[in-house]
Design a protein around this ligand. Structure first.
Ligand code: ADP
Length: 408
């Protein structure tokens, strides 16, 4: 809208500008052309979406309004005819000192944009963004300012800031809560493990020296019970660490076959007690995987324990391992009680467990959650298939350790 070639826009510079132009023209055709041009710019001036003001600047006093457009009058709540002659202090909440600071800055810049506010006729303050510049109009120093209402933008950024602060506070509260829980769990684990260590050692010693069948059975119960308790305590601590995001795995290339054979031997007494058979169906020459051996053992033990626990006496459990693309897929299948769709929807959620005659208060419902955390941390995936009354198969994958291809 501004034509800087003559230093002034035909319209927004108001009557002063147009009368100068008119006086300069004697030719009737040229005069008509000027009138048309003026009314065109005047129309643009008054219909602009932003409030436009032309101020006369005098040293030491508040700028005085020469002219404002319709939008300015409407926004401020004044009649347009009442506005010329109005000092800037009427519509601006700025003090004279603040104003002269801004004017001083403006005088050294060609164009400047800054945020401020205006005060409407009824005393309401509206946030605005002002684009202003100062120039000479004949003898006068004038300032053209265009004020854009930024209430919506301000409200939006305020609500964004509020939402951000709310979110930040919630996150901090949550972190504090989790931190407290981890500290509590750590203290609890310590308290529980202290008496457990001698219990395990004594149970083991008793097993070695026991002679009679009853003594052996009782010593075995003590030892297994204490070991079971220790495993659950460790699970609880790992789970708390996983929730905090501080559970770590150390993966390296691993040959999984000896580990599976070793585990099968380790859990066989547990399966024997329920006359369950345990089979290994694994591919020959399974390639190396990238895994954390201890954590992998923990996952497999959890799944095998569940399989034994939720399978009836005489049932069958099968460990499988097969290569699938760039992953090794492991499976633990049982012929146990299986799960209803309702159970299936929740089993990876912490503390979820279904009590039944096969699982008498045994477990805290964090085993599978922990398995999922550990498998994910090792770069794999875990899922299952199950049918009520027919059994379940849990699958998980581990990345194969890639061989480095060498030329020649
Ligand atoms: P817990 O440590 O208490 O066993 P898990 O997280 O390991 O908890 O398992 C949660 C629930 O998932 C169990 O209570 C059981 O209802 C179900 N579940 C897990 N494995 C099996 C399975 N092999 N067969 C049937 N149900 C299972």
């Amino acid at each position: 809208m501004l034509d800087k070639s003559n230093g002034l826009d035909h319209s927004s510079q108001g009557q002063a500008a147009s009368s100068t132009q008119k006086a300069a023209s004697c030719d009737p055709g040229e005069h008509e052309e000027l009138q048309q041009s003026e009314s065109k710019f005047r129309m643009l001036f008054h219909n602009a979406g932003d409030a436009i003001f032309l101020w006369e600047l005098k040293p030491g006093v508040s700028p005085v309004l020469i002219e404002a457009n319709e939008t300015a009058a409407r926004r401020l709540g004044y009649l347009i005819g009442d506005m010329p002659g109005m000092p800037l202090t009427v519509i601006s909440p700025m003090s004279l000192n603040e104003m002269s600071d801004i004017l001083g800055k403006l005088a050294t810049e060609e164009y400047s944009t800054f945020e401020s506010a205006y005060r409407t006729c009824d005393g309401t303050y509206v946030p605005i963004e002002i684009s202003a510049h100062i120039f000479k109009l004949g003898e006068k120093t004038v300032m053209l300012s265009i004020a854009r209402d930024i209430s919506a933008r301000k409200a939006e950024s305020k609500s964004l800031t509020e939402a951000y602060n709310r979110e930040k506070k919630l996150r901090q509260d949550l972190e504090t809560e989790i931190g407290k829980r981890v500290d509590f769990t750590r203290a609890l684990v310590h308290e529980l493990k202290t008496p457990l260590t001698p219990l395990i050692a004594s149970g083991e010693a008793l097993l070695e020296i026991s002679q009679g069948e009853t003594e052996l059975r009782l010593a075995g119960n003590i030892y297994r019970g204490a070991m079971n308790l220790e495993r659950r305590i460790n699970d609880l601590l790992d789970f708390a660490r996983g929730e905090m995001g501080v559970l770590k795995v150390r993966t390296q290339p691993l040959n999984i076959s000896p580990l599976l054979l070793d585990l099968a031997t380790e859990v066989s007494p547990q399966f024997d007690r329920k006359q369950q058979s345990l089979e290994l169906e694994i591919d020959d020459d399974i390639p190396l995987v990238t895994a954390d051996e201890d954590r992998l053992r923990q996952v497999l033990l959890n799944l095998l324990n569940n399989a034994a626990k939720f399978t009836q006496r005489g049932g069958q459990i099968t460990i499988g391992a097969t290569v699938s693309g760039k992953m090794l897929q492991l499976s633990i299948a049982d012929t146990g009680r299986g799960m209803s769709p309702e159970e299936q929807a929740h089993i990876f959620k912490p503390y979820y467990r279904v009590e039944d005659e096969l699982d008498q208060n045994d477990g805290m419902g964090i085993g599978l959650t922990l398995c999922k955390m550990l498998v994910t941390l090792q770069g794999g995936d875990i899922w299952f298939e199950s049918e009520k009354g027919r059994g379940s198969t849990f699958y998980f994958t581990l990345p194969l350790a890639m061989k480095v291809e060498r030329d020649g």
